[in-house]
Design a protein around this ligand. Structure first.
Ligand code: ZN
Length: 418
Protein backbone atom coordinates (compact mmCIF):
# COMPACT_ATOMS: atom_id res chain seq x y z
CA UNK A 1 0.00 0.00 0.00
CA UNK A 2 2.77 2.37 0.87
CA UNK A 3 4.43 1.80 -2.49
CA UNK A 4 1.12 2.55 -4.18
CA UNK A 5 0.69 5.78 -2.19
CA UNK A 6 4.21 6.83 -3.14
CA UNK A 7 3.39 6.01 -6.77
CA UNK A 8 0.30 8.25 -6.66
CA UNK A 9 1.91 11.09 -4.73
CA UNK A 10 3.99 12.78 -7.49
CA UNK A 11 0.99 12.53 -9.83
CA UNK A 12 -1.45 14.19 -7.43
CA UNK A 13 1.12 16.83 -6.48
CA UNK A 14 1.69 17.75 -10.13
CA UNK A 15 -1.99 17.63 -11.03
CA UNK A 16 -3.23 20.32 -8.64
CA UNK A 17 -1.16 22.95 -10.50
CA UNK A 18 -2.63 22.10 -13.91
CA UNK A 19 -5.53 24.09 -15.34
CA UNK A 20 -9.03 23.32 -14.10
CA UNK A 21 -9.99 22.13 -17.62
CA UNK A 22 -7.05 19.74 -17.70
CA UNK A 23 -7.85 18.31 -14.24
CA UNK A 24 -11.49 17.93 -15.29
CA UNK A 25 -10.42 16.01 -18.42
CA UNK A 26 -8.43 13.63 -16.23
CA UNK A 27 -11.35 13.19 -13.82
CA UNK A 28 -13.76 12.54 -16.69
CA UNK A 29 -11.48 9.81 -18.08
CA UNK A 30 -11.26 8.23 -14.62
CA UNK A 31 -15.04 8.47 -14.16
CA UNK A 32 -15.71 6.83 -17.51
CA UNK A 33 -13.24 4.06 -16.76
CA UNK A 34 -14.85 3.45 -13.36
CA UNK A 35 -18.37 3.45 -14.86
CA UNK A 36 -17.27 0.94 -17.50
CA UNK A 37 -16.02 -1.40 -14.75
CA UNK A 38 -19.05 -0.80 -12.57
CA UNK A 39 -21.44 -1.71 -15.41
CA UNK A 40 -19.63 -5.03 -15.75
CA UNK A 41 -19.14 -5.94 -12.12
CA UNK A 42 -21.68 -4.28 -9.83
CA UNK A 43 -25.20 -5.71 -9.65
CA UNK A 44 -26.65 -2.72 -7.77
CA UNK A 45 -25.42 -0.13 -10.29
CA UNK A 46 -26.08 -2.37 -13.28
CA UNK A 47 -29.77 -2.10 -12.45
CA UNK A 48 -29.53 1.58 -11.67
CA UNK A 49 -27.64 2.45 -14.86
CA UNK A 50 -29.37 0.07 -17.24
CA UNK A 51 -30.49 2.88 -19.56
CA UNK A 52 -27.15 4.71 -19.50
CA UNK A 53 -24.29 4.33 -21.98
CA UNK A 54 -20.76 5.53 -21.37
CA UNK A 55 -20.87 7.45 -24.68
CA UNK A 56 -23.47 9.77 -23.16
CA UNK A 57 -20.89 10.98 -20.64
CA UNK A 58 -18.68 13.41 -22.51
CA UNK A 59 -18.14 15.91 -19.69
CA UNK A 60 -18.33 15.92 -15.89
CA UNK A 61 -21.68 17.74 -16.22
CA UNK A 62 -23.02 14.81 -18.25
CA UNK A 63 -22.95 12.67 -15.10
CA UNK A 64 -26.36 14.27 -14.54
CA UNK A 65 -27.94 11.61 -16.80
CA UNK A 66 -27.27 9.12 -13.98
CA UNK A 67 -29.87 8.87 -11.19
CA UNK A 68 -28.83 9.90 -7.66
CA UNK A 69 -27.77 7.32 -5.10
CA UNK A 70 -28.77 7.58 -1.44
CA UNK A 71 -27.35 6.13 1.75
CA UNK A 72 -30.57 4.15 2.31
CA UNK A 73 -30.41 2.58 -1.15
CA UNK A 74 -26.82 1.46 -0.54
CA UNK A 75 -27.73 0.06 2.86
CA UNK A 76 -30.66 -1.90 1.42
CA UNK A 77 -28.61 -2.94 -1.63
CA UNK A 78 -26.00 -4.92 0.31
CA UNK A 79 -24.36 -7.24 -0.82
CA UNK A 80 -25.13 -6.24 -4.44
CA UNK A 81 -23.36 -2.93 -3.84
CA UNK A 82 -20.03 -4.75 -3.66
CA UNK A 83 -18.50 -5.25 -7.11
CA UNK A 84 -17.54 -8.71 -8.34
CA UNK A 85 -13.89 -9.43 -7.71
CA UNK A 86 -14.01 -7.80 -4.25
CA UNK A 87 -14.91 -9.29 -0.89
CA UNK A 88 -15.63 -7.37 2.33
CA UNK A 89 -12.60 -9.10 3.89
CA UNK A 90 -10.31 -7.89 1.10
CA UNK A 91 -11.47 -4.28 1.47
CA UNK A 92 -10.94 -1.56 4.04
CA UNK A 93 -14.08 -1.36 6.13
CA UNK A 94 -15.54 1.80 7.65
CA UNK A 95 -19.02 2.68 8.78
CA UNK A 96 -21.16 5.72 9.21
CA UNK A 97 -24.43 6.27 11.02
CA UNK A 98 -27.14 8.59 9.78
CA UNK A 99 -29.50 10.71 11.86
CA UNK A 100 -31.82 7.70 12.12
CA UNK A 101 -28.97 5.69 13.65
CA UNK A 102 -28.91 3.14 10.82
CA UNK A 103 -25.38 2.09 10.03
CA UNK A 104 -23.98 2.10 6.50
CA UNK A 105 -21.08 -0.28 6.08
CA UNK A 106 -18.55 1.06 3.62
CA UNK A 107 -15.93 -1.01 1.80
CA UNK A 108 -13.02 0.77 0.16
CA UNK A 109 -10.89 -0.71 -2.58
CA UNK A 110 -7.37 -0.81 -1.07
CA UNK A 111 -6.03 0.95 -4.19
CA UNK A 112 -8.54 3.77 -3.64
CA UNK A 113 -7.38 4.04 -0.03
CA UNK A 114 -3.80 4.48 -1.17
CA UNK A 115 -5.01 7.27 -3.42
CA UNK A 116 -6.84 8.95 -0.49
CA UNK A 117 -3.57 8.80 1.46
CA UNK A 118 -1.72 10.51 -1.41
CA UNK A 119 -4.39 13.24 -1.49
CA UNK A 120 -4.11 13.67 2.31
CA UNK A 121 -0.36 14.12 1.93
CA UNK A 122 -1.02 16.71 -0.82
CA UNK A 123 -3.31 18.59 1.58
CA UNK A 124 -0.67 18.56 4.31
CA UNK A 125 2.18 19.56 2.03
CA UNK A 126 0.07 22.45 0.71
CA UNK A 127 -0.07 23.78 4.27
CA UNK A 128 3.65 23.25 4.89
CA UNK A 129 2.77 20.57 7.40
CA UNK A 130 6.04 18.68 7.47
CA UNK A 131 6.40 14.91 7.91
CA UNK A 132 8.19 15.18 11.26
CA UNK A 133 5.42 17.30 12.83
CA UNK A 134 3.68 15.80 15.84
CA UNK A 135 -0.11 15.84 15.70
CA UNK A 136 -2.59 15.61 18.57
CA UNK A 137 -5.68 14.05 17.10
CA UNK A 138 -8.77 14.82 19.19
CA UNK A 139 -11.58 12.54 18.12
CA UNK A 140 -14.32 10.21 19.23
CA UNK A 141 -12.47 7.07 18.27
CA UNK A 142 -8.99 6.13 17.29
CA UNK A 143 -8.58 5.89 13.54
CA UNK A 144 -6.44 3.13 12.07
CA UNK A 145 -2.94 4.48 11.44
CA UNK A 146 -2.51 5.79 7.88
CA UNK A 147 0.07 3.98 5.86
CA UNK A 148 2.58 6.86 5.93
CA UNK A 149 2.53 6.87 9.74
CA UNK A 150 4.39 3.57 9.73
CA UNK A 151 7.31 5.47 8.22
CA UNK A 152 7.20 7.91 11.11
CA UNK A 153 5.47 10.49 8.90
CA UNK A 154 2.83 12.58 10.67
CA UNK A 155 2.42 10.25 13.59
CA UNK A 156 -0.73 11.11 15.48
CA UNK A 157 -1.44 10.83 19.16
CA UNK A 158 -5.10 10.04 19.76
CA UNK A 159 -6.88 12.13 22.38
CA UNK A 160 -10.44 10.98 23.16
CA UNK A 161 -13.08 13.68 22.85
CA UNK A 162 -15.20 11.72 25.36
CA UNK A 163 -13.01 12.70 28.33
CA UNK A 164 -13.57 16.12 29.99
CA UNK A 165 -12.05 19.12 28.20
CA UNK A 166 -9.64 19.68 31.11
CA UNK A 167 -8.24 16.19 30.58
CA UNK A 168 -8.05 16.67 26.81
CA UNK A 169 -6.05 19.85 27.32
CA UNK A 170 -3.75 18.12 29.79
CA UNK A 171 -3.11 15.32 27.28
CA UNK A 172 -2.46 17.81 24.47
CA UNK A 173 -0.03 19.78 26.63
CA UNK A 174 1.79 16.60 27.63
CA UNK A 175 2.15 15.68 23.99
CA UNK A 176 3.32 19.20 23.08
CA UNK A 177 2.36 18.82 19.41
CA UNK A 178 3.05 20.98 16.37
CA UNK A 179 -0.48 20.42 15.08
CA UNK A 180 -3.82 19.89 16.83
CA UNK A 181 -6.65 18.35 14.82
CA UNK A 182 -10.24 18.06 16.02
CA UNK A 183 -13.87 19.15 15.90
CA UNK A 184 -14.22 22.93 16.22
CA UNK A 185 -16.57 22.54 19.24
CA UNK A 186 -14.02 20.53 21.23
CA UNK A 187 -11.08 22.69 20.08
CA UNK A 188 -13.10 25.66 21.33
CA UNK A 189 -13.64 24.09 24.77
CA UNK A 190 -9.93 23.39 25.06
CA UNK A 191 -9.06 26.89 23.86
CA UNK A 192 -11.27 28.47 26.54
CA UNK A 193 -9.46 26.57 29.26
CA UNK A 194 -6.10 27.39 27.73
CA UNK A 195 -6.95 31.12 27.70
CA UNK A 196 -7.73 30.99 31.42
CA UNK A 197 -4.51 29.24 32.19
CA UNK A 198 -2.04 29.60 29.31
CA UNK A 199 0.65 26.96 29.04
CA UNK A 200 3.60 26.47 26.80
CA UNK A 201 1.90 25.13 23.66
CA UNK A 202 3.72 26.10 20.45
CA UNK A 203 1.21 25.00 17.83
CA UNK A 204 2.13 25.70 14.23
CA UNK A 205 -1.40 25.10 12.99
CA UNK A 206 -4.81 23.77 13.98
CA UNK A 207 -6.85 21.53 11.68
CA UNK A 208 -10.62 21.68 12.06
CA UNK A 209 -12.91 18.99 10.70
CA UNK A 210 -16.25 17.15 10.88
CA UNK A 211 -18.37 20.11 12.04
CA UNK A 212 -19.10 23.54 10.60
CA UNK A 213 -16.32 25.96 11.42
CA UNK A 214 -17.56 29.53 11.83
CA UNK A 215 -15.28 32.47 11.11
CA UNK A 216 -15.53 33.69 14.71
CA UNK A 217 -14.54 30.26 16.07
CA UNK A 218 -11.63 30.24 13.64
CA UNK A 219 -10.54 33.67 14.89
CA UNK A 220 -10.96 32.60 18.54
CA UNK A 221 -8.76 29.54 18.01
CA UNK A 222 -6.20 31.49 15.98
CA UNK A 223 -5.84 34.19 18.60
CA UNK A 224 -5.71 31.66 21.46
CA UNK A 225 -3.10 29.37 19.92
CA UNK A 226 -1.37 32.06 17.89
CA UNK A 227 -1.38 30.01 14.68
CA UNK A 228 -3.56 29.57 11.58
CA UNK A 229 -6.62 27.28 11.58
CA UNK A 230 -7.48 25.30 8.46
CA UNK A 231 -10.67 23.44 7.64
CA UNK A 232 -11.34 20.38 5.54
CA UNK A 233 -14.34 18.50 4.21
CA UNK A 234 -14.41 14.73 3.98
CA UNK A 235 -16.58 11.76 4.93
CA UNK A 236 -16.19 8.05 5.61
CA UNK A 237 -18.00 7.26 2.36
CA UNK A 238 -16.00 9.51 0.05
CA UNK A 239 -12.88 10.53 1.98
CA UNK A 240 -11.08 13.67 0.77
CA UNK A 241 -13.66 15.99 -0.82
CA UNK A 242 -12.18 19.41 -0.07
CA UNK A 243 -9.42 21.01 1.96
CA UNK A 244 -8.21 24.53 2.51
CA UNK A 245 -4.94 25.75 1.06
CA UNK A 246 -2.75 28.21 2.95
CA UNK A 247 -4.99 31.03 1.61
CA UNK A 248 -8.00 29.33 3.26
CA UNK A 249 -9.82 28.57 0.02
CA UNK A 250 -11.56 25.19 0.22
CA UNK A 251 -10.22 23.41 -2.88
CA UNK A 252 -12.17 20.43 -4.20
CA UNK A 253 -10.19 17.24 -4.88
CA UNK A 254 -11.96 16.57 -8.16
CA UNK A 255 -9.32 13.97 -9.02
CA UNK A 256 -10.80 11.95 -6.13
CA UNK A 257 -14.41 13.13 -5.97
CA UNK A 258 -16.36 14.91 -8.71
CA UNK A 259 -18.70 17.38 -7.00
CA UNK A 260 -22.03 18.68 -8.26
CA UNK A 261 -24.30 21.18 -6.52
CA UNK A 262 -27.95 20.30 -7.04
CA UNK A 263 -30.79 22.73 -6.56
CA UNK A 264 -34.38 21.72 -7.33
CA UNK A 265 -33.09 18.65 -9.18
CA UNK A 266 -30.85 20.71 -11.51
CA UNK A 267 -27.21 21.72 -11.41
CA UNK A 268 -26.97 24.99 -9.50
CA UNK A 269 -25.26 28.07 -10.90
CA UNK A 270 -21.89 29.04 -9.39
CA UNK A 271 -22.45 30.68 -6.02
CA UNK A 272 -25.90 29.16 -5.65
CA UNK A 273 -26.42 26.92 -2.61
CA UNK A 274 -27.64 23.38 -3.19
CA UNK A 275 -27.08 19.80 -2.08
CA UNK A 276 -23.55 18.48 -2.55
CA UNK A 277 -23.72 15.38 -4.76
CA UNK A 278 -20.48 13.45 -5.19
CA UNK A 279 -19.14 10.80 -7.54
CA UNK A 280 -16.09 9.09 -6.10
CA UNK A 281 -13.89 8.09 -9.04
CA UNK A 282 -11.51 5.81 -7.12
CA UNK A 283 -13.46 3.23 -5.13
CA UNK A 284 -14.34 0.33 -7.40
CA UNK A 285 -15.20 -2.06 -4.56
CA UNK A 286 -18.28 -0.19 -3.36
CA UNK A 287 -18.81 2.69 -5.75
CA UNK A 288 -20.48 5.96 -4.75
CA UNK A 289 -21.94 7.42 -7.92
CA UNK A 290 -23.91 10.67 -7.74
CA UNK A 291 -24.16 10.09 -4.02
CA UNK A 292 -26.40 12.50 -2.10
CA UNK A 293 -24.30 13.66 0.83
CA UNK A 294 -27.12 15.56 2.58
CA UNK A 295 -24.68 18.47 2.92
CA UNK A 296 -25.34 21.86 1.40
CA UNK A 297 -22.81 24.17 -0.19
CA UNK A 298 -21.96 26.37 -3.17
CA UNK A 299 -19.19 26.50 -5.75
CA UNK A 300 -17.02 29.53 -6.34
CA UNK A 301 -16.63 30.83 -9.86
CA UNK A 302 -13.38 32.59 -9.02
CA UNK A 303 -10.19 30.53 -8.97
CA UNK A 304 -8.01 30.76 -5.86
CA UNK A 305 -5.07 33.20 -6.15
CA UNK A 306 -2.74 30.40 -4.94
CA UNK A 307 -2.72 29.14 -8.54
CA UNK A 308 -4.05 25.62 -7.99
CA UNK A 309 -6.39 24.45 -10.74
CA UNK A 310 -8.56 22.51 -8.31
CA UNK A 311 -11.91 24.34 -8.13
CA UNK A 312 -13.10 25.93 -4.91
CA UNK A 313 -16.15 25.73 -2.65
CA UNK A 314 -17.61 29.15 -1.95
CA UNK A 315 -19.27 27.83 1.20
CA UNK A 316 -20.27 24.70 3.06
CA UNK A 317 -23.60 25.45 4.70
CA UNK A 318 -24.23 22.33 6.76
CA UNK A 319 -26.31 19.23 6.67
CA UNK A 320 -29.84 19.13 5.34
CA UNK A 321 -31.16 18.08 8.76
CA UNK A 322 -29.50 21.14 10.29
CA UNK A 323 -31.34 23.47 7.93
CA UNK A 324 -33.88 25.62 9.70
CA UNK A 325 -37.50 26.07 8.71
CA UNK A 326 -38.84 29.54 8.01
CA UNK A 327 -42.28 30.28 9.50
CA UNK A 328 -43.41 31.48 6.06
CA UNK A 329 -42.14 28.26 4.38
CA UNK A 330 -38.76 27.47 2.87
CA UNK A 331 -35.47 26.88 4.63
CA UNK A 332 -32.46 28.80 5.80
CA UNK A 333 -28.91 27.73 6.57
CA UNK A 334 -27.88 27.18 10.22
CA UNK A 335 -25.14 29.66 9.43
CA UNK A 336 -27.62 32.52 9.99
CA UNK A 337 -26.70 32.19 13.65
CA UNK A 338 -22.93 32.40 13.08
CA UNK A 339 -22.76 35.99 14.45
CA UNK A 340 -23.92 34.72 17.90
CA UNK A 341 -20.57 32.99 18.28
CA UNK A 342 -19.04 36.34 19.18
CA UNK A 343 -21.28 36.47 22.28
CA UNK A 344 -20.90 32.76 23.10
CA UNK A 345 -17.13 33.06 23.00
CA UNK A 346 -17.18 35.69 25.74
CA UNK A 347 -19.49 33.99 28.24
CA UNK A 348 -20.25 30.38 27.34
CA UNK A 349 -18.22 27.16 27.14
CA UNK A 350 -20.81 25.12 25.21
CA UNK A 351 -24.00 26.04 23.42
CA UNK A 352 -26.71 24.60 21.22
CA UNK A 353 -29.46 26.38 19.29
CA UNK A 354 -32.60 24.27 18.81
CA UNK A 355 -35.55 25.15 16.63
CA UNK A 356 -38.49 23.74 18.66
CA UNK A 357 -41.29 25.18 16.53
CA UNK A 358 -41.24 27.18 13.31
CA UNK A 359 -41.16 30.43 15.29
CA UNK A 360 -39.64 29.19 18.57
CA UNK A 361 -35.98 28.66 19.40
CA UNK A 362 -34.29 27.39 22.52
CA UNK A 363 -30.65 28.27 23.18
CA UNK A 364 -28.93 25.97 25.68
CA UNK A 365 -25.84 27.45 27.29
CA UNK A 366 -23.19 26.09 29.64
CA UNK A 367 -22.29 29.32 31.43
CA UNK A 368 -18.86 30.55 32.37
CA UNK A 369 -18.30 32.37 35.68
CA UNK A 370 -18.60 35.80 34.04
CA UNK A 371 -22.06 35.07 32.58
CA UNK A 372 -24.74 37.48 33.82
CA UNK A 373 -28.42 38.25 33.16
CA UNK A 374 -27.69 40.85 30.51
CA UNK A 375 -26.01 38.17 28.40
CA UNK A 376 -29.32 36.33 28.21
CA UNK A 377 -31.06 39.51 27.06
CA UNK A 378 -28.36 40.15 24.46
CA UNK A 379 -28.56 36.57 23.16
CA UNK A 380 -32.35 36.80 22.77
CA UNK A 381 -32.12 40.15 21.01
CA UNK A 382 -29.29 39.13 18.67
CA UNK A 383 -30.79 35.71 17.84
CA UNK A 384 -33.99 37.48 16.77
CA UNK A 385 -31.88 39.84 14.67
CA UNK A 386 -30.01 36.96 12.97
CA UNK A 387 -33.13 35.09 11.88
CA UNK A 388 -34.80 36.46 8.75
CA UNK A 389 -38.36 36.23 10.19
CA UNK A 390 -39.94 37.02 13.60
CA UNK A 391 -39.24 34.35 16.26
CA UNK A 392 -39.43 33.80 20.00
CA UNK A 393 -36.19 32.87 21.74
CA UNK A 394 -35.63 31.31 25.15
CA UNK A 395 -32.19 30.90 26.73
CA UNK A 396 -31.79 27.92 29.07
CA UNK A 397 -28.70 27.45 31.27
CA UNK A 398 -27.70 23.76 31.47
CA UNK A 399 -24.92 21.79 33.17
CA UNK A 400 -23.72 20.14 29.97
CA UNK A 401 -24.71 19.45 26.37
CA UNK A 402 -24.30 15.91 25.16
CA UNK A 403 -22.38 15.05 22.02
CA UNK A 404 -23.71 12.72 19.31
CA UNK A 405 -22.69 9.05 19.06
CA UNK A 406 -19.60 10.09 17.09
CA UNK A 407 -18.60 12.74 19.60
CA UNK A 408 -19.73 15.73 17.55
CA UNK A 409 -21.67 18.62 19.00
CA UNK A 410 -24.59 19.82 16.93
CA UNK A 411 -24.40 23.61 17.34
CA UNK A 412 -27.71 24.16 15.55
CA UNK A 413 -30.50 21.62 15.55
CA UNK A 414 -33.92 21.64 13.91
CA UNK A 415 -36.69 19.65 15.58
CA UNK A 416 -39.40 20.89 13.22
CA UNK A 417 -40.73 18.67 10.48
CA UNK A 418 -40.91 20.79 7.37
ZN1 ZN B 1 -5.76 28.02 -2.97
Amino acid sequence: MLIRTMYYLPQVLAREWKTTASIQRHSLAEARSLLRDVLRTNVFYKKKLEHITIEEIQSCEDLSVIPFTTKDELRRGFPDVISKGYTPEGCIHESTSGSTGDVLNIYHDPAAYSFYDAVSLREYMGLNLWPWYRMSYIRFEQQPARIFEYLGILRKRYIPVAVPAEEQLRLVQNHNPDVASGYPSSLYEIARLYRENPGSLRLKMVLSNSELLTESTREYLESTFNCPVYDDYSSFELHNIGAECALKSMHIHIDNNIVEIIKDGEQAAPGEVGEIVVTNIRNRAMPFIRYRTGDYGALDEEPCPCGRGLPVFKSIEGRKDEYLVLPSGGHVSPRVFDPLDLIFHLYVSKFQIIQKKKDEFLIKVVREANYHDDVTKTLVREAKRCFPEPIEVEVMPVEDISRTGRGKLRAVLCEVNS
